[in-house]
Design a protein around this ligand. Structure first.
Ligand code: ZN
Length: 304
């Protein structure tokens, strides 16, 4: 049995898979935000719950919203700042009483979708998470690609390309820079952009990204403007990926990937910004939906 844990900023999800990818059980809990020890305890209880249900012990892979520093193995680049500087692997090993494999959540998404999801059959898969943060992972030939600095896919911490004057310098990012893509294209950034411009009573009624999307669909003009600006920013961000890597497919994950209008509006927006005269790259929603990260985490032990 292969257990995957998706240690997200708002929820922690666990899945138990058979070696051929069949789902045995699934559990989820709210993330104890800013409580690192609480997160470890939540993960231990999810693993315990799934093992009790299956009556067997599993391997455990964990996807984190950040990465591990290649030399020290301490958490870095995590929007869940309570992971920063923590020896995540060692602490999980202690909490779970076994070896644990830890990967960036977007790398888990990329590998999962490349193996048997939307990216199956494509050689270079660029997976994007537009959720409470924003990140990306690259899978080449079905495996997560890292590079010598463990920096592949740190797309969210590039500055927003082609900013207009109102977009400079941008908001501070937890990474210490200003105006990182993550501060523009996360679901939270989308909601915040709406809230900044809406009259107080409308802002108070649209405190989540899905609530703003509901307004968009109801014909709210401000929601329409904010949506098109959001899509334009995602497009500018991905245009530099096309110009640098030109992946065979983009696979979208995270809460904002559930918005159907993204697949209608993003390709033409991207075509305006890429260097090539054509833009024919498929942009697809993660086939395993919100489960891609957790499946990819389980598969960190797929080869034993
Ligand atoms: Zn940043």
């Amino acid at each position: 049995m292969l257990i995957g844990i998706d240690w997200g900023g708002t929820k922690i999800e666990g899945i138990a898979l058979t070696p051929d990818g069949r789902e045995l059980s699934r559990l989820r809990a709210e993330t104890p935000r800013h409580d690192y020890e609480g997160c470890l305890a939540t993960i231990a209880s999810l693993v315990e719950g799934m093992e009790a249900e299956a009556g067997t012990r599993g391997t455990v892979g964990v996807g984190i919203p950040g990465s591990l520093e290649p030399r020290s193995r301490l958490g870095k680049g995590a929007s869940s700042t309570w992971l920063l500087g923590r020896p995540v692997e060692a602490d999980l090993r202690r909490a779970l009483g076994r070896e644990v494999r830890v990967e960036n959540d977007a790398d888990c998404l990329a590998a999962s979708e490349a193996v048997d999801g939307a990216g199956a059959g494509y050689r270079v898969v660029f997976a994007v998470i537009l959720g409470s943060g924003a990140g990306a992972g690259i899978a080449i030939g079905g495996r997560a690609h890292h590079g010598p600095n463990n920096s592949a896919g740190e797309w969210g911490h590039n500055p927003l390309p082609m900013p207009d004057l109102a977009e400079i310098p941008g908001s501070p990012c937890y990474c210490g820079r200003h105006g990182c893509l993550e501060t523009w294209v996360s679901g939270r950034a989308f909601q915040a952009d709406y809230a900044r411009h809406a009259p107080p009573e409308m802002a108070a009624a649209a405190t989540t990204a899905p609530a703003v999307i509901a307004r968009l669909r109801a014909g709210d003009r401000l929601a329409g403007l904010v949506w098109h600006r959001y899509v334009d920013r995602v497009a500018r961000g991905l245009s530099l990926v096309v110009n640098a890597l030109d992946p065979d497919i983009f696979v979208m994950g995270g809460g904002m990937s559930n918005v159907d209008e993204l697949y209608r509006d993003l390709p033409p927006a991207l075509a305006r910004y890429t260097f090539s005269t054509v833009f024919e790259t498929p942009i697809l929603r993660a086939a395993h939906g919100d489960s891609s990260g957790v499946r990819g985490a389980a598969w960190l032990w797929r080869d034993g």
